[in-house]
Design a protein around this ligand. Structure first.
Ligand SMILES: NC(=O)c1ccc[n+]([C@@H]2O[C@H](COP(=O)([O-])OP(=O)(O)OC[C@H]3O[C@@H](n4cnc5c(N)ncnc54)[C@H](O)[C@@H]3O)[C@@H](O)[C@H]2O)c1
Length: 391
């Protein structure tokens, strides 16, 4: 850090989902400042720069990387450009925060790790689920031994319930922008949505099982090969029903399921995890998690042990995008970005670095391969150059 604040450039600043979230989140971060914005179109970059009072504006990330007054890049572009941008940023000596999913193959992820390491810069992957206040609180309870050894991690993705103002901003399209449903651009082949969400739930599954690695995965999905061109948006989500996994420690296992009944027919919405231990269990709400509108919100974290229930609330406020009392957008992202700044200034490795990003890409790709093959897949058996779109 060459000044008292880390000088950061946001690449992909005109994006619809991650960029607004990071623009808000950087306002909450100490000792880090957005000094430049970059995207492909000058008009949108100028608009973002004017709105957020950011003077440096670039339409070429290569040009931005030559700017000596930039210490770090925050990459919020789609996955198909993550590797190239990371390699170039590392070669230019910039610290790197790159959004999940880190890459489209484990080989790409490895090259990103190696180039950051060779240049001596920090590489952190934007896996905000493991920085969300409720998840961090649940992990503290587990570390404190409140539920004993972890035996089973069960995750549910219920319906997302977007705030009306956010739905308006996204012109009713939600998060389904073209690259997200494209087999190659997303990196997910016939299961782009699994590629997008898998990085999140595998990261959380490892975090809440005290960093236990994932050994093998099995996915239950419908074959949408014949409907690839027609199946868009929610239909693609609906093609994957469940993913189960075994950890390296054979006494622990995990399960993720998708439940898309309408909110008014659901007890809970959004993402939640239940962690079962030898002596108790924890229920924790994550992104967009809670009760549907009009119902009393459950506590973000509940611990059931010793015959009683205790509840916990990180008091992070409400979410800006989802109807939820756990603040994913923007607090979880601000927590992660703060950790990035702190890691650089302390000279310590980030809690979710390149190796973590690569591990969760490995599990995600294995889950897609399992959906394609109709059989369980061991993560270690996946070739470094395997991609879901080339399968
Ligand atoms: N952690 C999270 O919760 C979270 C949430 C949303 C998105 N994401 C991730 O963030 C990334 C972006 O997602 P999004 O939904 O915001 O996408 P988006 O399409 O809305 O935005 C991406 C932006 O990148 C820009 N871009 C593309 N190529 C570029 C280039 N060569 N130079 C400069 N800009 C370029 C595009 O023009 C676009 O404005 C994805 O990897 C996604 O998975 C993470």
């Amino acid at each position: 850090m060459s000044s008292d604040k880390l000088r950061v450039a946001l690449i992909g600043a005109a994006g619809k989902v991650a960029a607004p979230c990071h623009l808000h989140a950087w306002q909450l971060v100490d000792r880090g400042e957005l000094v430049a914005v970059c995207d492909v179109d000058q008009r949108s970059v100028d608009q973002i720069g004017d709105t957020w009072g950011i003077k440096k504006r670039y339409t070429s990330y290569e040009a931005l990387l030559e700017d000596p007054e930039i210490d770090a890049v925050d990459i919020v572009t789609p996955p198909f450009v993550h590797a190239n941008m990371t390699l170039a940023a590392a070669a230019a000596g910039k610290h790197i925060y790159v959004e999940k999913p880190m890459a489209r193959s484990t080989g790409e992820a490895r090259s990103m790790i190696d180039s950051a390491s060779a240049s001596g810069v920090t590489l952190m992957v934007g896996e905000s689920y493991v920085f969300q206040g409720s998840h961090v609180m649940a992990r503290k309870l587990i570390d404190a031994g409140e539920i004993g050894d972890v035996l089973h991690v069960r995750q549910t993705k219920g319906p997302w319930v977007m705030r009306p103002e956010e739905l308006d901003r996204l012109e009713g399209k939600g998060h389904f922008i073209p690259w997200r449903v494209d087999p190659e651009l997303s990196g997910g082949g016939p299961y782009p949505w699994l590629m997008d969400h898998g990085a999140h739930f595998f990261a959380t599954a490892r975090y809440l099982a005290v960093d236990e690695p994932i050994d093998a995965v099995s996915t239950l999905a419908v074959d949408i090969a014949g409907t690839r061109d027609e199946a868009v948006g929610e239909a693609r989500q609906d093609s994957v029903f469940s993913v189960s996994w075994r950890y390296a420690n054979p006494s622990i296992d995990g399960l993720w399921t998708r439940v898309s009944s309408p909110p008014e027919a659901s007890e809970f919405v959004g993402f939640r995890t239940e962690i079962f231990g030898q002596r108790g269990m924890i229920r924790v709400f994550g992104e967009g998690g809670g009760a549907p509108a009009g119902r009393e919100q459950p506590p973000p974290v509940s611990l059931i042990a010793g015959g009683s229930t205790r509840t916990f609330d990180p008091n992070d406020g409400e979410d800006r995008s989802w109807f939820s009392n756990v603040n994913y957008y923007d607090r979880a992202h601000a927590n992660a970005l703060q950790h990035f700044v702190d890691s650089i200034s302390d000279g310590s490795p980030p809690r979710y670095g390149g190796e973590d990003g690569a591990a969760d890409i490995g599990s995600t790709l294995a889950s897609i391969k399992s959906a394609i093959d109709g059989a369980p897949v061991r993560v270690a058996d996946l070739p470094l150059d395997w991609t879901a779109y080339g399968a």
